[in-house]
Write a protein that binds this ligand. Structure first.
Ligand code: ZN
Ligand code: ZN
Length: 247
């Protein structure tokens, strides 16, 4: 009797193992909710259509157009750019054959649905590099705000800088110029004078003309956030040094 039970158990385990192997071989073994969109992949001329799946493993594009199907894990993507609620651009590490020094971009236009805050959160959570987010997803009450003009090579765009607890949002009506920057992703900030502020990330530099001068309290807040100075010598640092003496 016992032997029969054990053999049944073994059969069940074998079955589960087979399902797992099949899933990982033919599908992506994913535990989060995947987002799937019907999209158009823009080419230099024309385009192809297919399905884009974004889940906790990476981003996959499937199309009938032979050479364009791809399956990227997040570390394979050099830059994820949420250009709007309807378009996503992925910069890869693939070299372009005809343009030396350039890497291949994939531009997708959503034919249905949109890049919601839930998609943004998933990308933010999974991408090892800073995201380029051109929509003010999930904004919260700012600590302070400053009216500003983003300087372009010629002219600029007007908007508002909103300094939240964990990020800065620049809101503007100019399509594509709104940004979310996490303080953790800002590599440096600079003040040329009290009316000119520069923010630099791995991806870009934004220089602003401020409509009102930034106060020293406001700049100190920004400085502390970017350079992690909120608690420069926490109690735990001392405790661990003393602790190590006894080892
Ligand atoms: Zn294509
Ligand atoms: Zn601008």
């Amino acid at each position: 009797m016992k032997t029969i039970r054990y053999s049944m158990l073994a059969a069940v385990i074998l079955e589960i193992a087979l399902v797992v192997i099949l899933l990982s071989a033919f599908g992506r073994l994913s535990f989060g909710q995947p987002f799937t969109f019907k999209v158009r992949h823009d080419h230099w001329r024309g385009g192809c259509t297919g399905r884009l799946t974004i889940d906790d493993q990476g981003i996959e594009y499937r199309t009938e157009d032979g050479g364009h199907s791809r399956n990227w894990s997040y570390p394979d993507l050099k830059r994820i750019d949420i250009q709007s609620g309807k378009s996503l651009e992925l910069l890869t590490y693939e070299d372009r054959k005809l343009i030396p020094g350039a890497e291949r971009k994939f531009e997708f236009e959503l034919l249905e649905g949109e890049i919601t805050e839930a998609v943004y959160r998933l990308l933010l959570d999974k991408s090892p590099r800073p995201l380029l987010a051109r929509l003010p997803y999930g904004s919260t009450a700012p600590v302070f705000s400053l009216g500003a003009k983003h300087r372009h090579r010629v002219g600029g765009c007007e908007g508002e800088l909103q300094f939240e607890r964990e990020r800065v949002i620049y809101r503007t009506d100019k399509p594509g110029d709104t940004r979310i920057w996490l303080y953790a992703d800002i590599s440096s900030v600079g003040l040329l004078d009290r009316y000119s502020l520069r923010l630099t990330t791995l991806l870009e530099t934004y220089t602003f003309d401020l409509k009102l001068p930034i106060t020293s309290e406001q700049y100190n807040f920004l400085w502390a956030k970017v350079y992690h100075l909120e608690d420069p010598y926490p109690a735990s640092a001392r405790a661990s040094r003393l602790a190590s003496k006894h080892v």
